[in-house]
Design a protein around this ligand. Structure first.
Ligand code: FPP
Length: 224
């Protein structure tokens, strides 16, 4: 039984963080990727079992071509660089989203990272890649054969998150109060936390404060 929260994070604010420093947006993404490492290590240390991060959305393709290319390159670099971190810390790497339109080389890298960490059972870290909740739901519907006997439990088995528990805490950094097509099904009962901190500056102590607040809440799931 897992009694630590499944945390999902919308890591927003990289671009504005960089702009505030008179730097390119891509510099913000670089710092953002570094912060992924810190936050991941911290979550592992405090015993979080599931951490799901929004790294690339189905809408992100509309960004300037150079920024999209940079984000994909950064992802490639991240996976190569951090494989050992995952293995050494017993963290399983997984993804949600439709990666079939990524460059073949990147798809293979994602696949081998999953395979090489498949045995790790200390924690699961999920990256949302070319992920959009509406796209996920449509893809699930296309997989359905027996539509008559569908119920919530069965439907969930067709989502990308079929092997994951629902989200307990949804965090969005960067000051906006939006869900932006992230995990719409899976956040039905999530507690939502917003932070004005831009993602590259988001600290583990801010995360700890949110977890403390989360644990103080009495979750009623619509009941008493
Ligand atoms: C939002 O910043 C961030 C993203 C587009 C996705 C998150 C990407 C990272 C944290 C870096 C890559 C991660 C990995 C794991 C390699 P924004 O550009 O929307 O910021 P803005 O709202 O200030 O423009």
């Amino acid at each position: 039984v897992n009694n630590t929260p499944h945390i999902a994070i919308i890591m927003d604010g990289n671009g504005r963080w960089a702009k505030n420093k008179q730097k390119q947006r891509t510099f913000g993404h670089q710092k953002g990727a570094q912060n992924v490492r810190f936050v991941l290590k911290h979550c592992r240390k405090i015993g979080i079992k599931y951490l799901t991060l929004y790294a690339f959305s189905t809408e992100n393709w509309t960004r300037p071509k150079l920024e999209v290319e940079f984000l994909l390159k950064l992802l490639e670099k991240y996976l190569k660089q951090e494989l050992n971190l995952y293995i050494q810390n017993n963290i399983k790497f997984d993804t949600i989203g439709d990666i079939s339109i990524f460059p073949k080389k990147l798809q293979n890298l994602i696949k081998t990272t999953k395979e090489k960490t498949y045995h790790c059972d200390g924690m699961t870290q999920v990256l949302a890649l070319n992920y959009g909740a509406k796209d996920e739901i449509i893809r699930a519907i296309k997989k359905l054969k027996d539509k008559q006997n569908i119920n919530e439990k069965i439907f969930a088995k067709f989502l990308d998150t079929k092997d994951l528990p629902d989200i307990d805490m949804l965090i969005r950094t960067g000051g906006e109060h939006r869900v932006s097509n992230f995990l719409l099904w899976q956040i039905s009962y999530a507690e939502i936390f917003f932070s004005d901190t831009m993602w590259p500056d988001f600290t583990t102590s801010e995360l700890d404060d949110m977890i403390t607040k989360f644990k103080e809440k009495h979750r009623r799931y619509g009941g008493d």
